[in-house]
Write a protein that binds this ligand. Structure first.
Ligand code: GFP
Length: 830
C-alpha cells in the first residue's frame, strides 16, 4: 500500500487506496483494535471516522469562509431532528460510495454489513423532526450558511416491539456504544437558570434595574454533528445541547454521609436532556418539557450572541447576522429569552431589544389540532422562569395597547389576541407569543396556511397580514430516492442524466418515457426487485410471507385517529367479507402493510395497532382468502425501516380527515418512489394531486368545508352504520369476537367510539373510500397503464424536493444567499 499520502489526502482523499489507509489508521488509533480482533462494529466505527474526516474538511472550510465574510446565517431551532442513519447518507452526499465499497471489499469487508451496524439517532417523533433533518440536508446542499440547534436526548423515540399484537415500548439506547458522528465541545458550554426570583432596584445613577436570581443552574454543553451537502464542498453544523450539572456533587452533603443527596442535583440537571417526549401525550404541567424547551433555546441564543460578538462589539445588528426559524412553538420561549439577554445582560433599552427580537424570529406552525397548540400555565411558567413571565406580560401589555388603539372598544378581539388565556386557569399561549415576536408566520402546505389565516390565527392575520406566508414542505431526494432506492435512481439517471439529484424538476424529462413500453418494462423490473427486497424483510420481521406480485398497499406513519389507520382496516374487512360471501370473487391480490408508533399513553391508537394485528391473524390464516389478502405490521417504523418500505409501495394511503393533516411528508416520499396515492383533499395531498394530475391520483372523501358543514348539521355516525349493510356487518363482527379469539370486550371502545362519536369522520368517508379502492383494484390489473401513472407520479414530483422549500424560505422569508466556501482540497469544485 502507498505510504506517502499527505495529511490532506489521509483525511480528505476518496480514492480506494487512501480510503483503505485511513480506515486502517482509524481502526488502530481511534478504535484501538488490530484487525484480528476487530468486530463488525469496530469496522463500522473506523469507517464512520474515515467519512467524518472528509465532511470535517468541508466544514472547516465552510466555517472559516462564513467567519471571514461575516455572512448572514439561518438558525433552525427545533426540539426534534429525526436524522436517520448517517453513514449511507454521507457516502452518497460525498459521492464516495463505490470507492468505499471497493476499499472495504479489498479489506475483506462488506459495506452493507457495516451500514447495518449503525444505530440511528431517533431524536424526533415523526413529521416535524424528519422535516428538520430534510431541511438540514437541503441547506447544506444549497450552500446556505445555517446552524441547526436542538437537544442531544440520551434516549430518543422508543423502539417498538410487538407482543401478541400489542405495541410494547423499549428504551432507545442509541448512545450506548458511542456516536462517531459527533464532536464534543466542552469549551462551548452555557449556564441556564431556573426558578428563583426577580429583584428590581434603582441604581445610584437612578437607572431602574432588574436582576433575575435563579435558584438553580444547569449547564448546556454543545455536541456538533456535521451535515455535508450533496455534491458540494459545504458542510453545516447541527449543534445539540446536553444538560449537565454545574457541580458533580455536593461536597457538604457528601461529607456528612448523605451520598444519595450529594448527587441529586446532578441527576435533576441531567434529566433535562434525558428523553424525548412522545407526541400526543398531554403536556399540561409537564415541568420537564418546559425546562427542555427553555434549556436548548437559551443555549442556542447565547451561542448566537457569542458567535456574533467574535466579529462585532455591539448587538444592534444581531437580526442582520442571524435569522431564527422556530420549528413550531417548542422554542417560542426564545422570544422572551432574547429580550432578557439583550435587556438584562447587555443593558439594552426595551424598544431596541424588541425591534431586534421581532426582526430575528420567524415561526412555522405545524398543526391545527387545538390540543397540540402549546399553552403553559402562568403559574408554572412564573415558577420556573419568573423573569420570562414578567417579560411576556410586558410584551402582552404593549401588544394589547396596539390592538386597542387599532380596534377601539373591541374587547373580545383583544382577549382573543392576548398572549394570555384568561378562561379557566391562566395560561400563556405560545403560538401567540411566536406570532407577536416574529416577522414571519408560515404554514406547511397551501391548505394549512389558508386555514391558519382564515381560522386558527385569523385575528393575527387581520392585524399583520404581511407576516403570513406559505412554504409547502418538501423531502430530500438524496435520502429518499438516491439512498433508499438505488435501483430506481440508476434507471432514472440512465434515462435523463444525474442532474435531477440536485434539481428535482428535471424529473419532468421522464414524462415522454411513460409512453415508452420498453422503459415501462424496465420500471416494472425495478419495482419488482424492490418489492422482493421488502418481502424478504417483512418475512424476517413478522414471519408473514407476502407475494411481490400483489399490490403493495402501504400506510406508514405515526398512529393517530386523525390519520385514520382504522379507515384502511374497514376497507380490508370489507374485502375480507366479500371473499367470505363468495370465495371465488375476483379480488385483486393485495398486501396491506402498516408501520408506525403510537404514543405510549394513547390507548385508542394502541388498540388500533392491536386490531390490525388481530385482523391480520384471521385474514392471513383463512383458507378462503387463500393468500389474496395479506395484512402485515412492520414493527419499529423509523427512518431506516422507512427506507426499505417507501420504494416498494404501489399504493400510498394518505387518508386523514380533511383539515387535520397540516401537510404530510410520507405522501411525498411514497409518490417520489412511484406509488400512486389514494388520498383525501388534505394537507399537501392537494398539491400533489395538482402536480401529478387528478387522473394519476385516487381522491376521495369530504372536503374541509363538507366536514365543517356535516359537523354543524349534527353528525350521526350510527345512522351510517344502520343504512349500510357492509358497514353494519363489519361493526358487528368487530364486537362479536371474530377478530379477538372470542373476546367480545376487546375492541368495544373502538367500535363504540366510531358508532357514537366518530370524531374524525371515519364512517362518513367509508363509502367514498371503498368506491375509490375498487377503482384502484381495477387499475392495478392493467399493469401498463398503472406503470404509466407511476412514472408520471415520479416525473411530476420535482416541486416536493426540500430544496424547493428551502429556496422558498430563503427568498420569501430569510433573505439569505448561498455562499461558496473558499478553495481547498475536495473532489467537488467550490
Ligand atoms: C407535523 C404535521 C404534518 C407535517 C409535519 C411537518 O407532523 O402534517 O407534515 O409536521 O411539517 F402533523 P408530526 O410531527 O405531527 O408527525
Amino acid at each position: 500500500m502507498n505510504d506517502t499520502f499527505t495529511s490532506n489526502e489521509i483525511h480528505g482523499g476518496t480514492s480506494t487506496e487512501v480510503l483503505k489507509r485511513s480506515f486502517l489508521d482509524n481502526l488502530s488509533y481511534r478504535q484501538a483494535k488490530f484487525p484480528a480482533v476487530a468486530t463488525t462494529y469496530d469496522h463500522y466505527m473506523a469507517l464512520a471516522y474515515t467519512v467524518r474526516d472528509r465532511i470535517m474538511q468541508h466544514w472547516l472550510q465552510s466555517a472559516s469562509t462564513y467567519y471571514e465574510q461575516s455572512v448572514r446565517s439561518l438558525c433552525y431551532l427545533s426540539a426534534e431532528f429525526l436524522l436517520g442513519p448517517h453513514l449511507g447518507n454521507n457516502l452518497v452526499n460525498l459521492g464516495m460510495e463505490s470507492e468505499t465499497r471497493q476499499a472495504m471489499l479489498e479489506l475483506g469487508l462488506d459495506l452493507d454489513r457495516l451500514l447495518a451496524e449503525e444505530e440511528e439517532p431517533g431524536l424526533g417523533n415523526g413529521g416535524l423532526g424528519r422535516l428538520a433533518a430534510c431541511y438540514l440536508d437541503s441547506l447544506a446542499s444549497l450552500q446556505i450558511p445555517a446552524i441547526g440547534y436542538g437537544i442531544r436526548y440520551e434516549f430518543g423515540i422508543f423502539d417498538q416491539e410487538l407482543k401478541d399484537g400489542w405495541q410494547v415500548e423499549r428504551t432507545d439506547k442509541w448512545l450506548r456504544y458511542g456516536n462517531p458522528w459527533e464532536v464534543a465541545r466542552p469549551e462551548i458550554t452555557f449556564t441556564v437558570g431556573f426558578g428563583g426570583s426577580v429583584r428590581e432596584q434603582v441604581d445610584s445613577a437612578g437607572n431602574y434595574q432588574v436582576e433575575w436570581v435563579p435558584d438553580r443552574h444547569v449547564m448546556g454543553m454543545a455536541y456538533d454533528t456535521l451535515i455535508g451537502g450533496y455534491g458540494v464542498p459545504t458542510a453545516n453544523l447541527l449543534r445539540l445541547w446536553q444538560a449537565q450539572a454545574s457541580e458533580s456533587f455536593d461536597f457538604q452533603l457528601f461529607n456528612v454521609g448523605d451520598y444519595q443527596g450529594a448527587v441529586l442535583e446532578k441527576i435533576a440537571s441531567e434529566n433535562i436532556s434525558k428523553v424525548l417526549y412522545p407526541n400526543d401525550e398531554a403536556l399540561q404541567g409537564k415541568v420537564l418539557r418546559l425546562q427542555q424547551q427553555y434549556f436548548f433555546t437559551s443555549c442556542a441564543l447565547q451561542d448566537m450572541i457569542r458567535i456574533y460578538l467574535q466579529r462585532s462589539s455591539q448587538l444592534g445588528n444581531l437580526h442582520e447576522k442571524f435569522t431564527v426559524q422556530l420549528n413550531d412553538t417548542h422554542p417560542a420561549i426564545g422570544v422572551a429569552e432574547l429580550m432578557r439577554l439583550l435587556i438584562d445582560q447587555h443593558a439594552m433599552p426595551w424598544e431596541l431589544a424588541w425591534e431586534i427580537t421581532r426582526r430575528t424570529f420567524a415561526y412555522t406552525n405545524h398543526t391545527l389540532l387545538p390540543e397540540a397548540l402549546e399553552r403553559w400555565s402562568v403559574e408554572l411558567l412564573g415558577r420556573l422562569l419568573p423573569r420570562h413571565l414578567q417579560i411576556i406580560l410586558e410584551i402582552n401589555r404593549r401588544h394589547l395597547e396596539g390592538v386597542r388603539k387599532r380596534y377601539p372598544g373591541d374587547e373580545e378581539r383583544a382577549s382573543r389576541l392576548s398572549l394570555i388565556e384568561e378562561q379557566g386557569s391562566r395560561a400563556v399561549r405560545m403560538a401567540h407569543l411566536a406570532c407577536v415576536g416574529s416577522y414571519s408566520i408560515n404554514g406547511v402546505a397551501e391548505l394549512h396556511s389558508r386555514l391558519l389565516r382564515d381560522e386558527v390565527l385569523r385575528d393575527f392575520h387581520d392585524l399583520t397580514p404581511e407576516k403570513f406566508h406559505n412554504v409547502t414542505n418538501g423531502v430530500t431526494p438524496r435520502r429518499f430516492m438516491l439512498l433508499a432506492n438505488p435501483r430506481l435512481s440508476a434507471l432514472i439517471t440512465h434515462a435523463i442524466g444525474d442532474g435531477w439529484i440536485r434539481d428535482l424538476d428535471q424529473l419532468h424529462r421522464l414524462e415522454p418515457l411513460a409512453d415508452d413500453a420498453a422503459f415501462r418494462a424496465e420500471w416494472r423490473v425495478v419495482k419488482r426487485a424492490v418489492k422482493e427486497d421488502l418481502a424478504e424483510k417483512v418475512q424476517q420481521r413478522t414471519g408473514i410471507s407476502v407475494d411481490p406480485e400483489s399490490l403493495f398497499d402501504v400506510q406508514v406513519k405515526r398512529f393517530h385517529e386523525y390519520k385514520r389507520q382504522h379507515l384502511n382496516l374497514l376497507h380490508i374487512l370489507s374485502l375480507y367479507f366479500q371473499i367470505k360471501d363468495n370465495p371465488a370473487a375476483d379480488v385483486t391480490p393485495r398486501t396491506f402493510l402498516f408501520a408506525g408508533k403510537a404514543a405510549p399513553g394513547y390507548q385508542m391508537a394502541k388498540l388500533i395497532i392491536k386490531l390490525i394485528n388481530s385482523v391480520g391473524e384471521v385474514v392471513n390464516g383463512d383458507s378462503d382468502v387463500n393468500g389474496r389478502l395479506r395484512v402485515a405490521f412492520f414493527p419499529d417504523f423509523n427512518v431506516k425501516n422507512g427506507q426499505w418500505i417507501y420504494p416498494a409501495a404501489d399504493l400510498s394511503e394518505q387518508i386523514s380527515t380533511a383539515g387535520k393533516e397540516a401537510s404530510g411528508t410520507g405522501n411525498m416520499k411514497l409518490s417520489m418512489n412511484g406509488a400512486l396515492t389514494i388520498g383525501t383533499l388534505d394537507g399537501a395531498n392537494i398539491e400533489i394531486r395538482d402536480h401529478v394530475g387528478p387522473e394519476n391520483f385516487f381522491c376521495f372523501g369530504m372536503t374541509v368545508e363538507e366536514v365543517a358543514s356535516l359537523q354543524a348539521a349534527g353528525y350521526d355516525p350510527g345512522s351510517l352504520v344502520r343504512d349500510n349493510a357492509d358497514l353494519s356487518r363489519i361493526m358487528h363482527r368487530l364486537s362479536d369476537g371474530t377478530f379477538s379469539r372470542g373476546d367480545t370486550e376487546l375492541f368495544r371502545p373502538l367500535v363504540e367510539n366510531l358508532q357514537y362519536h366518530d370524531p374524525f369522520f371515519v364512517l362518513a368517508d367509508f363509502s367514498s373510500y371503498v368506491e375509490r379502492q375498487r377503482e384502484v383494484s381495477a387499475a392495478f390489473q392493467d399493469r401498463e397503464v398503472w406503470t404509466q401513472k407511476s412514472i408520471l407520479n415520479v416525473a411530476r414530483m420535482g416541486h416536493f424536493s426540500s430544496d424547493r422549500s428551502i429556496r422558498d424560505y430563503c427568498r420569501e422569508i430569510w433573505q439569505i444567499d448561498a455562499i461558496q466556501p473558499n478553495g481547498f482540497n475536495s473532489k467537488f469544485k467550490p
